[in-house]
Design a protein around this ligand. Structure first.
Ligand code: BDP
Length: 578
């Protein structure tokens, strides 16, 4: 699926801005920004914690000359179920809150007149959407009749609404629907293998370098571009070429351009190789989360975040726990930050060994169908980004359950079929001996919270427990390991010596001890700290206005440990033979 981009043959009308908005039971509309989560925009607690359907509405105009074109309406993401109406006609529906969807609306619009778009968004979580949840009616003497709660088992606030831009774009009648590139290296040249999806037949494909010089050209619907002495894309040194695709048909002349990178990724033995060099992941699990905006796209925050990643010496992050916006991936391509891209499969765990998750009525065949569909949509959206170097199919699922094995075998197999070029991982928090799934993946990602959730407050256990644990993983699977989460809540401004939990000293000391172990283990190929910044969660007795494991505050200011990491990561190269 192509990102909507302007060219000589395509126009894009961005409907971002102020929309009208109401909840299902409310007749009156209020003003609401798009993109943004609706939760933190007003002073109304009922809207902040609202569960159910909301309606967004806006008017727009379509010029008469667009009659000669195809007109598409595209929603970048809306959480979690959506229906889109144009002038009262249902034009598309979508399930899942973190991927785009679109519809051709040419036959529903009034040319040269006003049009109305309405988007219904429902944020109720069920067991057949990812991430899952369930609306429970509580029937006991402590609660009034009909009292409901939305239960979900993931640790971030269920921000809702239209989170990414809504755009209208045009194409010629016959047009470039999609394309994919795969890059390979041999000696001093690179092969850029491309294939185009279109009803047209005559194409010209041109690859240009940064100075706009043509470096390769071809004419087929699929083919190979050979680049002599290629400049490679890699973390820290992200060279981008521009790929221009032209559909050369008289009435359907179409042009689409995208910056692409030439690079290879593969796993061998203990190593994660980018361009055949052993890469070491330094970075974070992140969130799309910021004050007031919630999960709404904001390029101010996004560019600040990339500047902070560069400042601290990080070279990668994981899109924990869902696919991030396309805008973020374009920035990752440009800044040279490697991305582990994760499916929104989080909360597939009830944290109670007596309650099965992979069972009929919870994570079952319907969930699997949706998960497979999400992998298809995700790979279709992001296959051409050089920054995306691995897929993560889930975070902390109950992979010790019998039902998890067949479920994830299917998800991983489908992911590999769709994209044989990128390694696959699943992020685990089980014991090495208990998971039934890690044998199917290429890289082991493990989350660990020694001295935090277990032996709380006792930093002295870390070295012993972590080393034993990671060695066991390696012994059993012989695959490279990334410590994909570790960290402690630290409330900015809380200090104590000796270090006590929730202080900046404790967070720093914990992280220091963890990375000390990683340095001794040659099969560990990366360290991702949980989390880049403080973020909002649902309210609970273990969360102090959200999760405070950020190395930066929610307002993107450094805590003490940020300076330690900056120092450490500036000395640790991106590529090294451990
Ligand atoms: C891990 C989860 C992450 C949480 C983190 C924590 O993967 O989403 O926010 O723990 O508890 O289990 O801080």
């Amino acid at each position: 699926m192509l990102y909507p981009k302007e060219s000589e043959t395509r126009e894009v009308k961005d409907l971002s801005g102020v929309w009208e908005f109401r909840t299902e039971s409310d007749k009156n509309y209020i003003l609401m920004p798009v993109p943004a989560s609706f939760n933190d925009i007003t002073q109304d607690i009922n809207l902040r914690d609202y569960v159910g359907r909301v309606y967004y509405k806006k008017s727009f105009f379509i010029p008469v000359y667009w009659k000669e074109r195809n007109i598409f309406l595209r929603v970048g993401a809306a959480a979690h179920f959506s229906e889109v109406y144009v002038n009262g006609n249902l034009v598309t529906k979508h399930k899942g809150g973190f991927l785009p969807f679109e519809a051709e609306i040419s036959k529903f619009v009034n040319y040269g007149q006003e049009n109305i778009i309405e988007i219904m968004v429902d944020n109720t979580l069920t067991w057949d959407v990812l991430p899952p949840g369930e609306l429970k009616v509580i029937e006991d003497e402590m609660h009034p009749k009909g009292y409901k709660v939305l239960n979900y088992y993931f640790d971030f606030f269920n921000y809702s609404g239209i989170h990414r831009p809504v755009v209208i774009y045009t194409t010629p009648k016959v047009y470039i629907k999609d394309f994919s590139v795969i890059t390979e290296l041999s000696n001093n040249s690179a092969l850029v293998k491309y294939s185009i999806e279109s009803e047209g037949n005559n194409f010209q494909v041109i690859l240009r370098d940064k100075d706009k010089n043509i470096v390769a050209e071809n004419f087929g619907k699929s083919g190979v571009l050979e680049v002599k002495n290629p400049k490679l894309w890699e973390p820290g040194n992200p060279y981008l070429y521009n790929l221009e695709i032209k559909l050369l048909e008289k009435d359907n002349f179409d042009i689409y351009r995208m910056d692409i990178g030439i690079r290879t990724v593969r796993v061998e033995g203990k190593q994660f190789l980018i361009n055949e060099k052993p890469f070491y992941f330094k970075g974070f699990g992140k969130h799309e989360d910021s004050d007031i905006r919630g999960k709404g796209l904001d390029q101010v925050i996004n560019i600040k975040d990339f500047n902070l990643l560069k400042w601290i010496g990080a070279n990668s992050f994981r899109t924990s726990h869902y696919p991030y916006s396309e805008e973020i991936l374009f920035l990752a391509d440009q800044y040279g930050i490697a991305v582990i891209e994760e499916a929104p499969a989080v909360g597939l765990n009830l944290w109670n060994r007596n309650e099965k998750v992979f069972t009929e009525g919870r994570v079952d065949g319907k969930t699997l169908e949706h998960h497979l569909e999400i992998m298809r949509e995700l790979i279709a959206r992001d296959k051409n980004h050089p920054s995306v170097i691995m897929w993560s199919v889930a975070n902390e699922a109950a992979t010790y359950e019998d039902g998890a094995e067949e479920y994830f075998r299917r998800v991983i197999e489908e992911t590999r079929r769709l994209d044989p070029t990128r390694p696959i991982t699943i992020v685990e928090n089980t014991k090495a001996s208990e998971t039934k799934v890690s044998k199917y993946v290429d890289v082991i990602c493990v989350n660990r919270y020694y001295s935090w959730y277990t032996d709380s407050g006792d930093l002295s256990v870390i070295e012993y427990q972590l080393e034993r644990d990671l060695r066991e993983w390696y012994e059993l699977y012989r695959k490279p390991i990334i410590l994909s989460e570790f960290g402690a809540d630290a409330i900015s401004g809380f200090h104590s010596d000796p270090p006590l939990m929730f202080t900046e000293e404790y967070q720093q000391e914990m992280i220091k001890r963890f990375v000390g172990v990683l340095d001794r283990l040659d099969f560990v190929v990366g360290e991702h700290i949980w989390n880049f910044a403080d973020f909002m969660t649902k309210q609970s007795i273990t969360r102090v206005v959200g999760n405070k494991k950020g190395v930066f505050t929610r307002n993107r200011q450094p805590k003490m440990v940020a300076h330690f990491l900056k120092e450490r990561w500036s000395k640790l190269p991106d590529f090294w033979e451990k």
